[in-house]
Design a protein. Structure first.
Length: 87
Protein backbone atom coordinates (compact mmCIF):
# COMPACT_ATOMS: atom_id res chain seq x y z
CA UNK A 1 0.00 0.00 0.00
CA UNK A 2 1.08 3.54 -0.69
CA UNK A 3 0.30 6.50 1.61
CA UNK A 4 -0.17 9.58 -0.57
CA UNK A 5 -0.52 12.45 1.92
CA UNK A 6 2.91 13.62 3.10
CA UNK A 7 2.10 17.02 4.65
CA UNK A 8 0.52 18.07 7.94
CA UNK A 9 -3.27 17.76 7.86
CA UNK A 10 -4.00 19.09 11.36
CA UNK A 11 -3.57 22.67 12.53
CA UNK A 12 -1.25 21.50 15.36
CA UNK A 13 0.86 19.51 12.93
CA UNK A 14 0.96 15.85 12.10
CA UNK A 15 -0.49 13.87 9.24
CA UNK A 16 -3.79 12.66 10.65
CA UNK A 17 -5.80 12.36 7.42
CA UNK A 18 -4.57 9.74 4.98
CA UNK A 19 -5.19 8.67 1.40
CA UNK A 20 -3.91 5.16 0.77
CA UNK A 21 -4.04 3.06 -2.38
CA UNK A 22 -2.54 -0.15 -3.63
CA UNK A 23 0.66 0.26 -5.65
CA UNK A 24 -1.09 -0.65 -8.91
CA UNK A 25 -3.89 1.89 -8.38
CA UNK A 26 -2.40 5.37 -8.88
CA UNK A 27 -4.29 8.60 -8.19
CA UNK A 28 -4.83 11.15 -10.94
CA UNK A 29 -4.69 14.05 -8.49
CA UNK A 30 -4.43 14.70 -4.77
CA UNK A 31 -4.46 18.06 -2.99
CA UNK A 32 -4.38 19.13 0.65
CA UNK A 33 -5.86 22.51 1.60
CA UNK A 34 -4.38 24.18 4.69
CA UNK A 35 -5.96 23.13 7.99
CA UNK A 36 -7.94 25.61 10.05
CA UNK A 37 -10.16 27.07 7.32
CA UNK A 38 -13.32 25.13 8.17
CA UNK A 39 -12.13 22.79 10.90
CA UNK A 40 -8.89 21.86 12.61
CA UNK A 41 -8.28 19.28 9.86
CA UNK A 42 -7.23 19.92 6.28
CA UNK A 43 -9.50 19.19 3.33
CA UNK A 44 -7.94 16.32 1.40
CA UNK A 45 -9.25 15.88 -2.15
CA UNK A 46 -8.21 13.09 -4.48
CA UNK A 47 -9.31 11.82 -7.87
CA UNK A 48 -9.04 8.14 -8.63
CA UNK A 49 -9.64 6.76 -12.12
CA UNK A 50 -11.58 3.55 -11.86
CA UNK A 51 -12.72 1.34 -14.71
CA UNK A 52 -16.31 0.42 -14.01
CA UNK A 53 -17.58 -2.76 -15.60
CA UNK A 54 -21.16 -3.49 -16.45
CA UNK A 55 -23.11 -5.57 -13.99
CA UNK A 56 -24.50 -8.82 -15.30
CA UNK A 57 -28.24 -8.79 -15.72
CA UNK A 58 -29.96 -10.89 -13.08
CA UNK A 59 -33.26 -12.63 -13.63
CA UNK A 60 -35.74 -12.24 -10.82
CA UNK A 61 -39.16 -13.53 -10.02
CA UNK A 62 -41.69 -10.93 -8.94
CA UNK A 63 -44.89 -12.16 -7.40
CA UNK A 64 -48.20 -10.42 -7.99
CA UNK A 65 -48.94 -9.86 -4.28
CA UNK A 66 -52.20 -8.01 -5.04
CA UNK A 67 -53.68 -11.22 -6.45
CA UNK A 68 -52.64 -13.44 -3.52
CA UNK A 69 -55.40 -15.23 -1.63
CA UNK A 70 -54.44 -14.03 1.85
CA UNK A 71 -56.46 -16.68 3.69
CA UNK A 72 -54.80 -19.45 1.69
CA UNK A 73 -51.34 -17.92 2.33
CA UNK A 74 -52.05 -17.64 6.07
CA UNK A 75 -53.16 -21.29 6.19
CA UNK A 76 -50.05 -22.43 4.31
CA UNK A 77 -47.78 -20.51 6.70
CA UNK A 78 -49.54 -21.93 9.74
CA UNK A 79 -49.13 -25.44 8.34
CA UNK A 80 -45.36 -24.84 7.98
CA UNK A 81 -44.86 -23.09 11.34
CA UNK A 82 -47.54 -24.13 13.81
CA UNK A 83 -48.00 -21.80 16.76
CA UNK A 84 -46.78 -23.26 20.08
CA UNK A 85 -49.50 -24.06 22.56
CA UNK A 86 -49.63 -22.74 26.09
CA UNK A 87 -48.39 -19.21 25.41
Amino acid sequence: MIQLVNVATHHRGGTLDLVMTFAGCPLDEASVDPPGIISDHALVVSHLSVAVGHAAAAERLVRGWRRVDRDQLRDALRAQCPMPTGL
